[in-house]
Design a protein around this ligand. Structure first.
Ligand code: ASP
Length: 356
């Protein structure tokens, strides 16, 4: 009887150990690729504690080596796409990055991707990728506000957290996510709110997607908007994006920039309007003339939060304008570029602004 019991105990113990091993093996099996683009997270100062630095000084392998603890989260590979400050981000790099991202995500030996990026234009790249990524696998963007050489650099922890999010199966289907300062943002929502603080990103309309503390993740909800495989936008075969300019409205605004943008070939204009997307009556008339000539005009707001509603103070129906609703000017520009690849129809573009 005793021998039988011991055998049973032994069997149970062996089974538990085998299960634990297989669970561990399944967890450890996440294969994550880092696509690096530069930014402050890869930035270096001339010497520590010295103000000023150069973005994109370290490469992807340097970043991986700097956070060896990530190896416990995933099998990691890395690839350098570009090494720039994100103030130099442009359509060409977006297309290159998005195409490579779709290729990598289609690989059966890759479970998710982390993208390192400067914070200046991260909110634009994240939304661009959100619209054109054709996979449900996790994509997590990450940057930092202090260069890699700084005292108390924020990059290593941000990168560790991004890796934890990418390796978490619950991150699937949430679109492009962004990890910064222990907060997870949806790529559609975040905006840069402070020039230097490590808590620079805010998801000002809908709030963050979750929190992350040393790799431990708490989700707040699934991000809104159509994206990923649900998105009607695609960059397959696209070699260039239509030119869309942003015009900043202000008191005593001149109409020269509106006319110059149209004259120089802009296919769309986003007005970073005052208040809820307002501009001077003269600017409205110049935009209306542009709209008549086939340039698509989107009214957004220069304010950090809130919606730009249709037909509120400006009669969008009369002038043939599109209202940006939740999207700020840089994100409106991204959606309008994508929209213009498909149509110039204002009604159809307004539908896109309400769905994405
Ligand atoms: N200028 C830098 C960049 O966007 C700022 C940063 O990464 O925080 O690349």
């Amino acid at each position: 009887m005793n021998t039988q019991r011991i055998t049973l105990h032994l069997r149970a113990a062996l089974l538990t150990a085998a299960l634990a091993l297989s669970v561990h093996a399944a967890e450890a099996a996440s294969r994550i690729m880092i696509l690096a683009t530069g930014g402050t997270i890869a930035g270096a100062q001339a010497s520590q504690a010295q103000y000023g630095y150069k973005s994109g000084a370290f490469n992807v392998q340097d970043l991986i080596d700097a956070v060896p603890q990530m190896k416990d989260l995933a099998d990691i590979t890395g690839e350098q796409i570009v090494n720039i400050g994100s103030q130099d981000m442009n359509d060409e790099v977006w297309l290159k990055l998005a195409k490579r991202l779709n290729e990598v995500l289609a690989q059966s030996d890759i479970d998710g991707v982390v993208i390192t990026h400067g914070t200046d234009t991260l909110e634009e790249t994240s939304y661009f990728l959100d619209l054109v990524v054709k996979s449900d696998k996790p994509v997590v963007m990450v940057g930092s506000m202090r260069p890699a050489t700084a005292i108390s650099a924020d990059g290593p922890m941000n990168l560790y957290n991004a890796m934890a999010i990418a390796a978490d199966p619950r991150s699937k289907g949430r679109g492009v996510l962004v990890a910064l300062n222990d907060t997870i943002h949806a790529g559609r929502e975040l905006t840069k709110t402070n020039t230097s603080s490590v808590q620079t990103f805010g998801s000002l309309n809908r709030g963050p997607a979750g929190l992350v503390n040393t790799g431990k993740i708490t989700w707040f909800g699934v991000p809104s908007g159509r994206r990923g495989p649900e998105s009607e936008f695609s960059i397959t075969g696209v070699e260039a994006l239509p030119r869309v300019d942003i015009i900043y409205a202000h008191a005593n605004m001149s109409t020269d920039l509106i006319d110059a943008a149209v004259k120089n070939g802009a296919k769309g204009l986003v007005i970073a309007g005052v208040g809820d997307g307002n501009m001077t009556q003269e600017a409205i008339e110049h935009c209306a003339a542009a709209a008549k000539s086939g340039v698509v005009i989107v009214r957004s707001s220069r304010l950090p939060s809130g919606l730009t509603y249709r037909n509120n103070e400006i009669d969008d129906d009369k002038y043939g304008f599109v209202a940006s609703l939740e999207l700020n000017p840089p994100k409106s520009r991204v959606l309008l570029q994508e929209a213009l690849l498909k149509t110039k129809d204002v009604k159809e573009i307004q539908r896109m602004f309400s769905e994405y």
